[in-house]
Ligand binder design. Structure first.
Ligand SMILES: NC(=O)c1ccc[n+]([C@@H]2O[C@H](COP(=O)([O-])OP(=O)(O)OC[C@H]3O[C@@H](n4cnc5c(N)ncnc54)[C@H](OP(=O)(O)O)[C@@H]3O)[C@@H](O)[C@H]2O)c1
Length: 369
């Protein structure tokens, strides 16, 4: 029987994959690396998260404290001796400090701790696969391009945020320094919402679209494309990569690709339809940072109570990514038999419904941990 170790099950992607596996009837052992003071607390934290994905109670109750491995990637030496690690056949490493903020733990967790953890797992004799969840942005893509999976070598100055630089660095370290690790690097593009539950599992990044369209100004053109996938699609793809043949030592995008990526203009129309408002296309303005900053004093009246300085900073960071106008090739994933992703505009109404009562400031917290 397979023993699958998942890190990040209290988070967005790791939670979605754990739900997938619990919904399957086939027997497999699950081991979930969780930050907690006790296994009971860890179990509670995981269950609270998985409940956001509309999982049935009986499926959730398959999890017990035996499934929990308490551990913190900032201190991997504290769980490295747990003998249950030696039974693991597959690892899905979703844990990371996934923040565009200046979290001081980004390097310690995403690079040092993750590398130490991967090194430990490389010594497990029966390990068949180690799927590391990277990010498509770790290649620091060139604007206006169709990005294929290749770039492992980037420089710090190519990265706008420490987060993508940390992700790029650990991918290279694992590839170069752990030749025996049965490594697959999965690089999701931009994961927004769930195709049925909307933003109930996480409002990550969705608030950016709402904010830009409410303001009627942002740093991209309305015709720029953006590569968004729902978290359940990402989870299905990660599950596939855990066992797919001939993928070892490869980098694989999990993305919408050319056919399922959408333009901001399409998002504008879908957002207006879902929220019962008007599309902003006619009055929309592409602006630079200085022009955005000039609108700062209107943020609270438009978005609800917020720290206008923090919102401006967030808009600047996400604005940079929005104007890249890149699409990530999904050919490799399609070749493995994965169907195409649904379009963001097909399920955006669920995201609108599930965030109707929240302010922008509340929604954006999740991305600035
Ligand atoms: N969301 C996206 O759009 C996107 C796109 C591309 C790639 N990715 C990648 O996908 C992965 C998961 O992202 P996500 O969106 O699911 O992030 P998330 O919702 O913030 O979840 C992060 C997970 O990592 C865990 N974690 C953080 N620090 C840890 C530590 N020191 N020790 C152990 N666990 C720790 C968190 O546990 P706690 O609950 O204890 O904090 C949580 O379970 C990340 O590697 C990210 O780079 C995400």
């Amino acid at each position: 029987m397979n023993t699958i170790l998942i890190t990040g099950a209290t988070g967005f992607l790791g939670g979605a994959v754990t739900v997938n596996l619990l919904k399957k009837s086939q027997q497999q052992n699950l081991l979930l690396l969780v930050r907690a003071d006790s296994r009971d607390e860890g179990l509670k934290r995981v269950k609270n998260n998985l409940a956001k994905f509309a999982i049935e109670e009986f499926q959730l109750n398959q999890l017990t404290r035996e499934n929990i491995l308490i551990g913190d990637l900032a201190k991997p030496e504290l769980f490295a001796d747990d003998c249950r690690l030696n039974e693991v056949t597959h690892v899905l490493n979703c844990a990371a400090v996934a923040s565009f903020g200046a979290n001081p733990l980004i390097w310690k967790v995403n690079v040092e701790g993750t590398f130490a953890f991967a090194s430990r797992m490389a010594r497990v004799k029966g390990l068949k696969r180690f799927v590391h969840v990277g990010t498509a942005m770790s290649c620091a893509p060139e604007a206006n391009s169709l990005v294929v999976e290749s770039e492992l070598y980037t420089l710090r100055e190519q990265h706008v945020v420490e987060y993508t630089w940390s992700k790029a660095t650990v991918e290279r370290m694992m590839t170069e320094m752990l030749p025996n690790l049965p490594l697959v690097i999965a690089r999701p593009s931009i994961v927004v919402g769930h195709s049925n539950c909307g933003c109930a599992p996480s409002p990550s990044i969705f608030w950016v679209f709402r904010m830009a369209l409410t303001l009627g100004k942002f740093m991209c053109e309305l015709n720029d494309r953006i590569d968004v996938v729902p978290v359940d699609y990402c989870a299905d793809a990660l599950e596939l990569l855990l066992t797919a043949p001939n993928v070892e030592r490869k980098i694989i995008h999990i993305s919408a690709g050319e056919n399922s990526s959408v333009t901001f203009a399409e998002i504008d129309i879908a957002m207006a339809k879902a929220s019962g408002g008007h599309a902003v296309a006619e009055k929309y303005q592409k602006v630079n940072y200085r022009e955005l900053a000039a609108s700062k004093n209107s943020f609270s009246s438009l978005f609800g109570p917020c720290n206008e300085r923090i919102v401006l900073r967030a808009m600047n960071l996400y604005g940079h990514f929005s104007k890249l106008n890149v699409v990530f090739s999904n050919e490799k994933l399609m070749e493995l038999g994965m169907p195409p992703s649904s379009k963001f505009t097909d399920y955006l109404h669920h995201c609108v419904d599930s965030t109707r009562n929240a302010t922008i400031a509340e929604l954006m917290e999740v991305d600035f941990k």
